[in-house]
Design a protein around this ligand. Structure first.
Ligand code: SF4
Length: 301
């Protein structure tokens, strides 16, 4: 993989380059640069980039070069922030070529926003899925509409549910993210109650809970957009949120749940609802033993 990263740099890949932790062994092709929205107040990922769509010839050239080096690749991630924003025909052109060049491919994935999902019809999404795009990573962040506005997510709880359910019906596997602590003290209860509701309605195959850490680049903007004093949650309150979330999710199909991101106070995981009791008992015992939590210096968003 190190060789791949060096080749990517030589080909002129545009950094910073992000991918979900579960795509750590995937090849990455940047088909767009930056994020077409780029306004979420907590997100520092693409602030240095202006959104653009990469020309087909450049993408094709990279697929040609990399496919000769890694012909047996099984997983590919399309970067940057929302490759699904591309016109459907353009994505299909990329997917077809990738599948032609990587015969052993098992999965192609990308990040997607609710607005990307709602901008595509069910037929378009079904077509993209049939052409090999199988997995989408969607940031829900919170299910609470007041907070969705305050963090300028560009989505409502209803649009998140509609977009995600449309993608699921079109055959996609969904991996969703939510952020503990994003409502601060004041909105903690509503944040988790509404997030559990939205997650239950969507019932994604995978759910990741991250914990809010505001990086320098967005701290002031987050506070200003929040529009009222924001009080961060301490570790014990983050564990309270995690417990209420795990307890409150009632999925229609089993969810593989993880709170093992670098931002989290402790690595917790299991299936919902099957492992609910085990996870709740672990969370409760962590509240009694704060010395077991990850040191703050090791946490990052
Ligand atoms: S969270 Fe996602 S949609 Fe929001 S600005 Fe960051 S990359 Fe874009």
């Amino acid at each position: 993989m190190i060789i791949f990263i060096i080749i990517m740099m030589e080909l002129g890949y545009d950094y910073p380059l992000y991918r979900p932790p579960s795509e750590s062994n995937s090849l990455i092709f940047q088909v767009t640069l930056g994020c077409s929205f780029n306004k979420c107040s907590f997100c520092n990922m693409y602030r240095t980039k202006k959104y653009s769509e990469r020309p087909w010839e450049e993408v094709k050239n990279e697929i040609d070069v990399i496919s000769k080096l890694y012909p047996l690749t099984e997983k590919i991630f399309l970067a940057d922030g929302d490759a699904l924003n591309l016109a459907t025909e353009k994505i299909i052109q990329i997917l077809k070529y990738i599948r032609e060049k990587f015969p052993n491919l098992e999965r192609i994935s990308c990040y997607a926003m609710p607005k990307n999902l709602l901008q595509k019809s069910s037929d378009e999404l079904t077509l993209l899925n049939k052409e090999g795009l199988n997995m989408l990573y969607v940031g829900i962040e919170t299910g609470h509409d007041v907070l969705l506005k305050k963090i300028t997510k560009g989505a409502t709880s209803q649009s998140i549910i509609e977009g995600c359910c449309r993608a699921k019906k079109s055959g996609f596997t969904l991996s969703c993210m939510i952020i503990l602590g994003i409502g601060g003290k004041k909105y903690s209860v509503e944040h988790i109650k509404e997030t559990a509701r939205v997650v239950s309605e969507v019932s994604p195959k995978f759910l990741a809970a991250l914990t809010l850490i505001l990086e320098d680049g967005v701290y002031e903007e987050f506070m200003q957009k929040f529009g009222e004093p924001f009080e961060h949650l301490d570790d014990s309150s983050i564990l309270d949120e995690l417990e209420i979330l795990v307890n409150g999710i009632t999925p229609s199909s089993s969810i593989i749940f993880r709170a093992n991101h670098a931002s989290n106070v402790y690595s917790i995981g299991g299936n919902l609802p099957e492992d609910k009791d085990r996870m709740i008992s672990l969370i409760r015992s962590l509240k009694q033993h704060p010395e077991l939590l990850k040191p703050k210096v090791l946490r990052r968003f």
